[in-house]
Design a protein around this ligand. Structure first.
Ligand code: FAD
Ligand code: EPU
Length: 339
């Protein structure tokens, strides 16, 4: 029998540490409990929000419906040959524990995604990425339940419409599908991706024969800890905005004024530029209004210095969007799910 609680504070369940309430709240540890909820008279047709680690979400008001905290655990090896393995993880596993499992077993492919907070189920939703790797690079398929029809469905990689911080689950299927299992295909042969600038600064000159998966993970962790605030100390959800893509014309203009600009060349004469750079150039790095600020080591991260409300964080983010638009004519899109 599922246990449903009423008027629960969501403060411990979101890394921004925003204090809002859920009208109804349940922690689900078994997939079959989802079907129980969907078939129930009282909750079947109610608004529902699936919550993992709450590390990519900003609550601006109380949630007037049922929050389903999906925490089912389990990692299984489902296929193996001499070249690769396929592992299946339940959606409630902590993402970083899956990375740990792969590093311990020398399964190559997700070590650069080390220390990203949150649970496995949310990882494909925004196609998590860091240090030159995205989950789509190792993604095989996922399984879940359509919240409207109650039907189980499997989505293979080519059906997920993965893009930079995007997928079908952030678009057509937003809020309509609960992911319960994710399969990843990992290499057994040693192979690293060290192209990302800050990772290359540390490991570019390392002896590749001797370099271990564990060392790559530890280096990624070190870089992350030097740049990103610990949510236990300052509430945050990582990068608040996506890095924007700009045209070649706009890029050449920026490069003229800011020789030092870091960029990634994309296909079709487009350039991706760091939103943190633009925000910093607008004078917002480390800027604080009340209990909301940008982190003084990474302007793309908005932090809750104490008792900020979701509404105040949202207003601050809109002020940043306006400043960047007024100075550069570039629109920043939030990466964080604003509820
Ligand atoms: P939640 O915040 O709980 O949910 C996010 C969205 O997914 C919500 O819309 C929710 O409804 C939905 N959802 C969650 N679980 C399910 C499910 N099982 N089925 C269906 N829908 C679901 N992200 C990166 O990509 N790269 C980074 O380097 C990175 N660094 C970060 C650093 C810090 C300090 C923080 C706080 C965040 C960072 N993030 C990063 C963002 C975040 O960690 C990821 O987006 C992560 O995948 C979110 O997982 P979660 O379980 O916390 O999701
Ligand atoms: N920069 C500045 N000022 C700042 C911050 C950054 O000028 O205040 C410039 C620097 O030139 C730096 C460059 O931006 O070299 C890139 O910064 P960083 O390496 O920190 O990466 P990012 O582009 O800000 C992205 C992801 C992160 C991911 C890192 C590492 C997005 C929106 N963010 O950040 O993901 O961890 O790269 O790969 O793509 C997240 O999604 O929540 C997240 C943290």
């Amino acid at each position: 029998m599922i246990k449903i609680q009423e008027n629960i504070s969501l403060k411990p369940y979101n890394t921004f540490g925003v204090n809002v309430k859920a009208k109804y709240f349940t922690s689900v540890v078994l997939e079959k409990e989802i079907l129980e909820i969907l078939q129930s008279k009282r909750f079947g047709s109610m608004n529902k929000l699936i919550l993992g680690g709450g590390s990519n979400i900003l609550f601006t008001k109380n949630y007037d419906g049922l929050v389903i905290h999906y925490v089912e655990k389990g990692i299984r090896l489902v296929e193996e040959n001499e070249k690769y393995v396929i592992i299946e993880s339940s959606a409630g596993e902590i993402w970083n524990d899956v990375v740990s499992y792969c590093v311990e077993n020398k399964y190559y492919g997700i070590e650069n995604l080390s220390l990203i907070p949150g649970r496995v189920g949310a990882a494909p939703i925004q196609n998590i990425g860091a240090y030159g790797v995205e989950i789509k690079d190792v993604f095989e398929s996922l399984e879940g339940i359509n919240l409207e029809s109650g039907e189980k469905k499997i989505y293979k990689k080519n059906e997920c419409k993965f893009d930079y911080r995007d997928s079908i689950f952030k678009k057509e299927l937003k809020g309509k599908f609960i992911i319960t299992k994710v399969k990843l295909k990992l290499k057994k042969e040693k192979q690293f991706n060290l192209n990302y600038r800050s990772l290359n600064d540390y490991l570019g000159k390392a002896n590749k024969e001797k370099l271990t998966i564990r060392r790559v993970r530890e280096t990624v962790n070190k870089i992350r800890m030097s740049k990103l605030p610990d949510p236990q100390r300052f509430g945050n959800a990582g990068s608040f905005f996506k890095n924007p893509e700009v045209s070649e014309e706009r890029f050449i203009e920026l490069k003229k004024n800011f020789e030092e600009i870091v960029f990634f060349k994309l296909d079709g004469k487009k350039y991706k530029i760091p939103a943190g750079f633009l925000i910093e150039k607008c004078g917002y790095k480390g800027k604080r209004i009340g209990d909301v600020a940008t982190y003084n080591r990474q302007a793309l991260v908005i932090i809750n210095m104490g008792r900020a409300t979701g509404e105040q964080i949202k207003n601050f983010s809109q002020e940043i969007q306006k400043a960047v638009f007024d100075k550069f004519g570039i629109e920043l899109t939030p990466e964080v799910n604003i509820i």
